[in-house]
Design a protein around this ligand. Sequence first.
Ligand code: JD8
Length: 300
Amino acid sequence: MGLRVDIVTIFPEYFASPLGVSLIGKAAVRGDIEFGVHDLRRWARDVHHTVDDMPFGGGPGMVMKPDVWGDALDEIIPAEPPGAARLVVPTPSGVPFSRDMAARYATEPRLVFACGRYEGIDGRVAEAMRARMPVDEVSIGDYVLAGGEAAALVMIEAVARLLPGVLGNASSAGDDSFGGDEGLAVAMRGLLEGPVYTRPRAWREREVPEVLLSGNHAAIARWRRDMALRRTAAHRPDLIRALRDLDRRDQQVLAEAGFTAGEQAAAHPPRPAASGSGLPAAGEGLPAAGFPVSGEDMAH
Ligand code: JD8
């Protein structure tokens, strides 16, 4: 039995197609993941199916009613067996979602996503549920959405990709260097992915980098690491500062990208470049900076 995912929302139609296509759709057909989408209004108590009310203490907008949410979650997550499900509440004020969190969720038997709207869900709901199950209030990023549905979809896709067998053999999540633990992923861990290319070799007078056509795997690996270092330095300097055990070539590339040697050396004395590719041997010394993105899967 794969992972069971339940979603509670006032917009069940929001999930109609995304859960039926591509990687998630195939995983559901294979039974690697099973979905239940529940319309919160089913538990509204009045003829108008009201799920919101004015905020205590005043202020803009409306707040989602605790009694409606309580009844819904009590029915969707029965008390017995205890602790069988983890409740995930998307909220802009939640803990940051991460690859490591996705990996943990991929090992759970059941996840229930409580998707709020309006100004959010009455705070007592999460408190009350915490009495009988783990509850995570999670944010997918520092920007404000109109509700929790999009965030739930982001988290569900990140988790589904890490379920055994879902990614297919093209590239296993293992070498997904966001936290991959195999070969290249370890070397690229903590770096953003560099650019990728496919046919035609020439497009609008733009050539594919020659090294990629060379068949020289060591040179290709070095080139890809250089591009990943440059892109990470440009887009995510915070990740560069988290890197350790950079070899001389890494340091040279980063210096060219504006990272002063002092800055790097202060944090991490340079290590002589490994022979041949200049890449440290897989698993050698590179710490988990915890935020990989390479090894994108081919199973679109
Ligand atoms: C859940 C209601 C809208 C938020 C008043 C706009 C996550 N990273 C994220 N950004 N925004 C959300 C998110 C927004 C939500 C709800 C998640 C439920 N809203 C509210 C507070 C300000 N409106 C999110 N994960």
